[in-house]
Ligand binder design. Structure first.
Ligand code: UD1
Length: 438
């Protein structure tokens, strides 16, 4: 896989220092990426606020720029604002360098088909977490009337006119649902998506598009049956909007598991409380107190009483609102220090136990049987040099390092910057002895 951005960085930390203090949760990567892709569909100027300053967002902005869009990121670092004007788009071929670096580049297909009637991309990249086919993406676009063919490593999609259709997904893929929504917004007639993904980031995309003039109905039976109805509108009815991206439930969950593993009391601000569901249940069932302040979108986790922290016997990842696959690795790292045995089953991606070998080198007792990792917790982890091979696994190794005795160095930490704006700064603000090493 091509790695976008620098990766020759390491994070070094001294573990066994309880965390304490408060930090703000960044904007959501998985919400911001498809919304940026949606800007491609809107012939106007959009302002996105609350965007995280991470390499995946940089990559998506470069993809938009490569099509001729004007993308202003000068306030991304400080004000988390991006201004996108796609009135000037003309290019239908996306550059391989960026598409290969990030899987979510594939959602540009639906937006570009809707806007330009044509798109050419190579097979997309992303984190190395197992088989990630795009058959469901292509199925959705084909149902809407796109002709799709491949030439070597490239996929071409073309449509004289997209037409509303019934799209019945055999699995509620997040990206394929987003792609189908983007292509259906300006298709002629009505599209019904059955078994759509119910992840909060899909709803965010619908909200954004509706504000921009789309007619998407995701109320009614959506949460029960996953049914979304899209009434196609003329492209000229879409207009620029000023939108604030929700905060990142996965980053929030990562820091909750960091606090659980390292100990201490931490308050997280700007939390998407309603979206954490099963994550908070699991943490409290593990014996750690969480106090929620809904009025201020804050949450305080108190993991001072180390003796009470125990593993649950069984947890599995599943589609929303169940426990998310993106937090499977952070949970795995935290489970190493909790008492008792956890059987953790990964039901979404096939190769998401890549960090097991690294955790074992730190003294963790874990065996993998097919799609299930069995962790015998209560082990003292020892600081080591370990390698981040992907985004969430990399963040999980930082969690392990915070709970380990001595010095841990997480090499290739550039992967972590794909999704975490400033993991080192955040944890340092909570009193962790942590820093970047060039
Ligand atoms: C999104 C998230 C990712 C998260 C995942 C599951 C973004 C940018 N990424 O990824 O962080 O881990 O949802 O919550 O939002 N599949 C197919 N064919 C397809 C598409 C998917 O078989 O055409 C399979 C995948 O291989 C995987 C499963 O479906 O096993 C889930 O994938 P999907 O929901 O599409 O995840 P992404 O949209 O890639």
């Amino acid at each position: 896989m091509t790695q976008f951005g620098r990766n020759d960085e390491s994070i070094r930390m001294e573990g066994k220092k309880p965390l304490s203090g408060r930090i703000q949760i960044q904007g959501s990567k998985n919400a911001a990426l498809p919304i940026l892709a949606a800007c491609m569909l809107i012939p106007g100027k959009c302002v996105l606020r609350g965007c995280p300053n991470i390499t995946d967002i940089e990559c998506m902005c470069n993809l938009l720029t490569s099509t001729g869009a004007e993308v202003d990121t000068k306030n991304l670092d400080t004000a988390h604002k991006i201004v996108i004007d796609t009135r000037t788009v003309r290019e239908r071929r996306l550059p391989e360098k960026y598409v290969s670096a990030m899987r979510s580049s594939v959602v540009l297909m639906g937006a570009m088909l809707g806007r330009l009637g044509e798109v050419c991309v190579n097979y997309p990249g992303g984190c190395v977490i197992g088989e990630r086919p795009i058959n469901l993406h292509l199925y959705g676009l084909e149902q809407l009337g796109a002709q799709i063919w491949t030439e070597g490593n490239h996929i071409h999609a073309y449509a004289d006119e997209l037409k509303g259709a019934v799209i019945d997904f055999p699995f509620p893929s997040v990206g394929a649902t987003q792609n189908a929504i983007l292509a259906a917004v300006t298709a002629q007639g009505t599209t019904i998506i059955k078994n759509a993904s119910r992840e909060p980031e899909v709803i965010e995309l619908c909200k954004f598009l509706n504000m921009a003039g789309a007619a998407i109905d995701y109320a009614g039976t959506f949460f029960k049956s996953g049914r979304i109805v899209i009434h196609g509108v003329e492209l000229s009815r879409l207009h620029g909007v000023d939108y604030t991206v929700i905060s990142d439930r996965i980053v929030a969950g990562t820091y909750l598991f960091a606090a659980l593993a390292a100990g201490g009391t931490v308050t997280l601000e700007n939390i998407p409380i309603g979206q954490l569901g099963r994550i908070c249940d699991i943490i409290t069932e593990m014996g750690v107190g969480i106090v929620v302040d809904e009025a201020h979108s804050e949450m305080t986790i108190n993991a001072c009483d180390r003796d009470r922290i125990k593993n649950l016997p069984y947890i599995e990842t599943e589609v929303y609102p169940a426990f998310p696959t993106d937090l499977q690795s952070p949970l795995l790292a935290a489970a190493c220090v909790a008492k008792g045995e956890l059987r953790l089953r990964e039901r979404i991606f096939s190769s998401r136990f890549r960090i097991v070998e690294e955790l074992k080198r730190m003294g963790a007792e874990i065996t993998v049987e097919g799609d299930t990792a069995i962790v015998t917790g209560g082990r003292e982890l020892e600081g080591r040099t370990v390698i981040a091979r992907e985004l969430r696994g990399g963040a999980a190794l930082v969690i392990a390092g915070l709970s380990a005795a001595g010095i841990t160095t997480v090499a290739d930490s550039g992967y972590i910057r794909r999704g975490y704006q400033d993991i080192v700064g955040d944890l340092a603000a909570l009193g962790a002895r942590i820093g970047c090493v060039e």
